[in-house]
Design a protein around this ligand. Structure first.
Ligand SMILES: *Cc1c(COP(=O)(O)O)cnc(C)c1O
Length: 487
């Protein structure tokens, strides 16, 4: 039997250079592609062979198919005219850090399985506590600590499980949920919070029916008084409040829940406070945006996504807890095959106890590369430019007679709509996205269709936001039969 045809280090070098060249060309040419992929369902698979190849193929053939089959089926998230959802930043240093992580191929489930993988992660997350203005209790040198997870959804699930075990003194983990017998375990979040909170309730076995969607104020932020009433009503009914998930920068409109009031309430009630700052959390690297986290010293856990706005390729979510013992107590298991002296000494962090999976990639490398390449000032400059461009766009909306703002402007996110109603806004968005010139997505606020413009791609400059505004206005005028206003 022949040996497997492993790529030799020399072949790897050659193919690797070719691939890096291909990625660099992609960066140079990104503006040429239609932002939203224009292919129809099934058209990518149609071009792939029915069966996997029996014989190995040259790398050049694979790269050719990337160009011919894969790239046309992409939506270009790094395009300077990508304004949909939230950004998912990539950057040179992050790509290289990810490549190095793959190249080293280590598995960091325990400290002992690669000490540098754990220690760099702990260290970089301590750096970020300072850089983002988060409370000292999140530091690994205090009682807390941070961990990198795959997504904010996973972090919120992890927080919920730790909160559930703290509220039940470990009873659910030990004996399972006894339907009907155990007190109902309740969590709270705003009506405008991310769907990941509901998903976490399902996965944690607490039931989406035990998630209270608390009413919001006119700016779509959670009402602390409504939260207080909901908790009181549940306690009166014999239920156990477990966790409040406050959002700093909702996905829908960028609304910021009143963290200080919610935090003080959670302290009084002994309820776990989780803070979901998935997108907006990047902004607090700038001192002028620290008002966002006013009251965060009351949080038991906090999550944000460098993979959205902080120039670090997906996946890279940061999660901190104020009391790591609560998290580890909830998630720790120790089968015989993982026993080792370092773990038993109690001197090391074993990150497998900090999240759902056992195995873990060396994701801290890309974050470390990013922070060292840009420095704090470079990261701040990126956030500031996005905020400034979103502000510029919001001003155009405010000045225009045809469009209006649909929510308070948030960091890097503008919610707006044409005054002519839902049908026009829908057609407008569909036309814009089909043009390939830019990509926007929508939300519903007060039962009205609202368009969202999220700025944050590293390549986005003033000219791209100006071009987007011009195209939005002209397309709308084409649809309403309106004529351009005199200059
Ligand atoms: C994007 C987002 C999430 C989900 O992030 P993932 O990392 O994809 O799980 C959760 N909450 C908020 C507020 C978000 O904006």
């Amino acid at each position: 039997m022949d040996d497997a045809a492993h790529m030799t280090p020399d072949e790897f070098r050659r193919c690797g250079y070719a691939l890096v060249d291909r990625i660099a060309r992609y960066m140079e040419e990104i503006e040429r592609y239609p932002v939203l992929s224009q292919v129809r369902p099934g058209s990518v698979r149609e071009r792939l062979p029915r069966a996997a190849p029996e014989h190995g193929e040259p790398f050049a053939d694979v790269l050719r198919d990337v160009d011919e089959i894969i790239v046309p089926g992409l939506t270009h998230w790094q395009s300077p005219s990508f304004f949909a959802y939230f950004p998912a930043n990539a950057s040179g240093p992050a790509i290289l850090g990810d490549l190095l992580s793959s190249g080293l191929g280590v598995q960091g489930m325990l400290w002992a399985t690669s000490p540098a993988c754990t220690e760099l992660e702990t260290h970089v997350l301590d750096w970020l506590v300072d850089l983002l203005g988060l409370p000292g209790r999140f530091l690994s040198t205090a009682a807390g600590g941070g961990v990198i997870q795959d997504s904010a959804s996973s972090s919120t699930l992890t927080a919920l499980i730790a909160a559930r075990e703290r509220a039940t003194a470990g009873a659910v983990n030990e004996r399972g949920v006894v339907y009907g017998a155990a007190p109902r375990l309740i969590a709270y979040t705003s009506r405008h919070a991310h769907s990941s909170v509901e998903k976490a309730m399902k996965i944690a076995g607490m039931g989406s029916g035990n998630l209270r969607l608390v009413d919001a104020d006119a700016g779509y932020a959670m009402r602390a008084d409504a939260l207080e009433s909901a908790i009181a009503a549940d306690r009166a009914a014999g239920a156990t409040p477990v966790m409040v998930s406050a959002t700093l920068g909702t996905t829908s409109s960028g609304a910021v829940d009143p963290l200080r009031a919610i935090g003080e309430l959670c302290r009084r009630e002994g309820v776990w406070l989780h803070v979901d700052a998935a997108h907006a959390g990047s902004a607090t690297i700038c001192p002028e945006h620290r008002a966002l986290i006013d009251g965060v010293e009351h949080a038991d856990s906090y999550t944000f996504n460098p993979h959205k706005w902080l120039l670090t390729n997906f996946d890279c979510n940061c999660f901190w807890v104020a009391d790591r013992a609560a998290l580890i107590d909830a998630l720790s298991v120790l089968p015989e095959f993982l026993r080792n002296r370092a773990t038993e000494s109690g001197e090391v962090i074993d990150y497998r106890d900090w999240h759902v999976p056992l195995g873990r990639r060396f994701r801290a490398l890309k974050l470390w590369f990013v922070i060292r390449h840009y420095g704090a000032e470079g990261l701040r400059a990126h956030v500031r430019r996005s905020v400034e461009l979103a502000g510029w766009f919001a001003s155009r909306v405010e000045e225009s007679g045809e469009f209006e703002l649909a929510a308070p402007v948030s960091v890097g996110l503008v919610c707006f709509r044409h005054r002519a109603g839902d049908a026009l806004n829908q057609t407008l968005m569909d036309r814009l996205n089909a043009s390939g010139a830019l990509y926007l997505t929508h939300t519903r606020l007060d039962d009205r269709l609202v368009l969202r413009l999220a700025v944050g791609a590293p390549a986005t400059r003033r000219e791209h936001v100006e071009a987007a505004w011009t195209r939005i206005v002209e397309t709308a005028r084409g649809l309403t039969g309106g004529t351009p206003a005199p200059a």
